[in-house]
Design a protein around this ligand. Structure first.
Ligand SMILES: Cc1cc2nc3c(=O)[nH]c(=O)nc-3n(C[C@H](O)[C@H](O)[C@H](O)COP(=O)(O)OP(=O)(O)OC[C@H]3O[C@@H](n4cnc5c(N)ncnc54)[C@H](O)[C@@H]3O)c2cc1C
Length: 376
């Protein structure tokens, strides 16, 4: 029951070319970030080994809601104010390009459905209206929806985000890992890195999102682990949702898969303090809230086949840390997507790889780890 639905399918094992004596880069974390980074580094001519305490995609990358969204974790209008109009626009555009790349490699693990960002009350309606207008002003494709009478509970308007889609994240990351292995990347699964010093490599990339506690003290201060909980139902007899839906500032999110199952996550705010943890277990209050919402959505309680938890990393400005780690020679990071890492993880894994390979990029300034990491 606690195996995430996404990982509950048999996939061919990722076969790498075996152990290399010494590598140029050691990557910690075999989720979307670590895998995309490793692939980009291997294509750049470097010898790479990826270490993970578990198996490929068994962290947040195989435990999430399966939403593949453009943009960052903040609303677009808020992002413009907080990060600057130019930086926000660049970030949103780049994630749209990353979504196109994701589509190109994901095959049947991705469906370009669009997504529906719903307002649960009038206050939220005002907020997403501001977001909608900001998106349209800057030329991003978005549609406003008022007629939501087919949905229960009642919602007060929505933005339909055209470029977004639905991802089978476990399948996608394992597929990408297969490509990385074919390019020479070595995977060392079920091996927890206790200290950066144990890694026999010129350079190290930390790609642990919210689960890298203990690797660097300053990282433990800057990245706050948060737990998300998700359920999946047995296939329903009716089709109700044709794309990912999310409401209440993204606290609640659900989608219906092609076989008519519902995947529903969220309600972290029902017990916000206990959910600020890296303990990956499900809890009764949140599971009850999820069950209650299933009844609201469907009008009856369906059979639930999977219940699981996952950990992601939050930052105070809702932007990830990507780039060189200050005061630690040869150490890099791409992590902490504030619950928005499916597309950003792909993009930031590649971004940190290009930085390591000596390329400059406007986004590296926005994501600079130095803005949040204070060395002790
Ligand atoms: C419940 C939930 C729902 C979410 N929903 C969405 C969504 O719908 N859309 C979206 O875009 N994002 C979502 N996210 C966020 C998204 O899943 C993550 O941001 C993304 O998967 C991060 O990928 P990653 O590769 O950076 O990290 P992860 O996939 O977490 O991989 C990090 C890996 O590092 C390994 N690791 C950690 N420490 C060590 C160590 N010391 N030694 C060795 N290995 C180590 C872990 O085992 C783990 O496998 C959700 C997250 C959760 C938890």
């Amino acid at each position: 029951m606690e195996t995430p639905f996404w990982l509950d399918e048999s996939t061919p094992p990722v076969v790498d070319s075996g152990s290399q004596d010494k590598v140029d880069v050691a990557v910690i974390g075999a989720g979307i970030t670590g895998v995309s980074c490793a692939l980009a580094l291997a294509r750049g001519g470097l010898r790479v080994r990826v270490h993970d305490a578990r198996g490929i995609a068994e962290g947040a990358s195989g435990r999430n809601g399966g939403f593949a969204l453009r943009g960052g974790a903040a609303r677009y209008d808020v992002a413009r104010e907080t990060y600057g109009a130019e930086a926000a626009q660049e970030l949103w555009r780049r994630t749209e390009t990353a979504l196109d790349r994701l589509e190109a490699v994901a095959g049947d693990a991705f469906r370009r459905t669009g997504s529906l960002r719903l307002a649960a009350d009038d206050e939220e309606r005002g907020e997403i209206q501001s977001e909608y207008e900001a998106l349209r002003d800057d030329g991003f494709a978005a549609e406003w929806r008022d007629d939501l009478s087919q949905l229960r509970p009642e919602f007060r308007g929505a933005i339909f985000h055209l470029p977004d889609g639905s991802l089978q994240p476990g399948r996608f990351v394992r597929r990408l890992a297969g490509q990385a292995a074919a390019e020479g990347v070595e995977f060392r699964e079920h091996h927890r890195v206790a200290s950066l010093d144990e890694l026999d490599a010129e350079q190290t990339v930390i790609a642990t999102d919210g689960s890298g506690r203990g690797l660097l003290p300053e990282l433990d201060d800057a990245v706050w682990p948060a737990r998300g909980q998700v359920v999946t139902t047995a296939p329903l007899s009716e089709r109700l949702f044709d794309c990912p839906h999310y409401a209440r500032h993204g606290f609640d999110y659900w989608q219906q898969l092609p076989d008519s199952r519902i995947v529903l996550g969220g309600f972290r705010d029902f017990s916000i303090l206990t959910e600020m943890t890296d303990d990956e277990t499900t809890t009764e209050p949140i599971q009850e809230a999820l069950d209650g919402f299933l009844v609201e959505l469907l009008g009856y309680m369906p059979e639930v086949t999977h219940r699981w938890a996952g950990i992601f990393g939050l930052t105070q400005d809702l932007l990830p840390l990507v780039g060189r780690v200050p005061d630690h020679e040869g150490t890099w990071i791409a992590a902490a997507y504030s619950g928005h890492g499916n597309v950003l993880g792909l993009m930031c894994g590649e971004l940190v790889a290009s930085a390591l390979l000596g390329e400059d990029d406007a986004l590296l300034e926005l994501f600079s780890p130095a803005r949040l990491l204070v060395s002790g």
